[in-house]
Design a protein. Structure first.
Length: 360
């Protein structure tokens, strides 16, 4: 029997509701398959912790997290704390400190959901975005001078390193190989090299170099603005997309919208070499407008949990969870308000568990 130690950081707002729901599902599938047990340790880090202690997590937070097999995170952000303080105090230090340089975000319109695009169904919207997760526009380089004066200046520098770009592009090519990408749906690298003559041109050059090693993978570079339009007009032409940290973040929120609700998209922050724990989270934030009502959609967090099981090597259980999510969505019987239902977070998690039990 495999035993995994999971660090839970429910965080802020609806994170407090969706993480316990996700954990229930993961523990249920472990028991049903009798293949593993998850032992969870909760950390009360987040904005409330910040307001009490002046920091988003303990000073030795990364040292403590390093001992876990994986991290299951809810959401970060609260109206009482500036967003850049909460993000740079918790989420980004974990991604950077644990060199989780891949942010994997599957975009799928599930059967049973009417997405916002007329004439586009589940077969048209099924791709993966590989977001660079350690540098780029999120490198933290920059500063502010002359505060409060007319000459006040702020800089935020995009940092691309050869190592950083090579490794994420290589990962995307390998993923494209596994998915068997076709000429009509080539791997797409998001760029903005017409305007960003240094950083994006460098990104493109590294892509060309990496691509030489994957001559069986059709690929092309596309301006990120054109790519955003393509996602809306012809999502069926997408299979694997790779992009910088900010491009990937923005494109995947658009992707989430294509999925019919931001309550659905999941993401995995991966350290592929497994030198550090990887982290799994819903794409959505803390949603303060609905927090505390017990109506947040737990499906993104459950989906992220399935990605966590996959990463841990529990492929059968990961699959069972995903199939159960698909069935619950397709039946349209138990849904939270974001998908037009009246059910609660716990009822949706319960419905997923019920489907798991039927599959056994
Ligand atoms: N689920 C984690 C969360 O709260 N994400 C909100 C957010 O602002 N994320 C920023 C990012 O992924 O770059």
């Amino acid at each position: 029997m495999n035993q995994y130690e999971i660090a839970l950081i429910a965080g802020d707002g609806v994170g407090q509701e969706v993480v316990p729901a996700g954990l229930r599902v993961l523990q249920a599938v472990g028991e049903l398959t009798d293949s593993f047990r998850l032992s969870a340790t909760s950390f009360d880090w987040g904005c409330e912790y910040y307001l009490k202690h002046g920091r988003m997590m303990d000073a030795d937070g990364l040292v403590r997290l390093a001992a876990f097999d994986a991290i299951y995170l809810g959401a970060v952000g609260s109206p009482g704390v500036p967003d850049h303080v909460s993000l740079w105090g918790l989420l980004l230090p974990i991604r950077q400190g644990f060199d989780q340089y891949i942010n994997l975000r599957p975009i799928r319109l599930l059967e049973g959901i009417v997405g916002p695009l007329r004439d586009k169904g589940p077969r048209d919207i099924d791709f993966v975005v590989v977001r660079e997760n350690s540098e780029g526009e999120y490198s933290g380089h920059g500063g502010r001078s002359h505060r409060g004066r007319t000459m006040e200046v702020a800089t935020q520098t995009t940092v691309f390193t050869r190592t950083g770009v090579e490794r994420v592009v290589r990962y995307a090519f390998q993923l494209a190989q596994q998915r068997g990408v076709k000429q009509e749906k080539p791997l797409i690298s998001a760029t903005k090299s017409n305007a960003q003559q240094y950083a994006s041109v460098f990104w493109d050059e590294v892509c060309i170099e990496v691509a030489r090693k994957y001559s069986d993978v059709p690929w092309r570079s596309m301006l990120v603005d054109a790519l955003a339009a393509l996602m809306v007009l012809h999502p069926e032409r997408l299979d694997v997309v790779v992009g910088s940290n900010l491009f990937g973040d923005i494109l995947t929120d658009l992707g989430g919208a294509l999925q019919g609700s931001l309550g659905l998209p999941a993401s995995a922050n991966l350290n592929p070499e497994r030198r550090y724990p990887s982290m799994f989270e819903p794409v959505h934030g803390s949603a303060p407008d609905i927090a505390g009502q017990g109506i947040a959609d737990p499906l993104a967090t459950i989906w992220a949990g399935s990605m966590m099981l996959d990463h841990l090597g529990e492929h059968t259980a990961a699959n069972l969870v995903m199939r159960a999510v698909e069935r619950v969505v397709a039946q349209a019987r138990v849904r939270t308000p974001d998908l037009g239902g009246t059910n609660t977070t716990d009822q949706v998690a319960g419905a997923v568990i019920e489907e798991l039990s039927k599959a056994k």
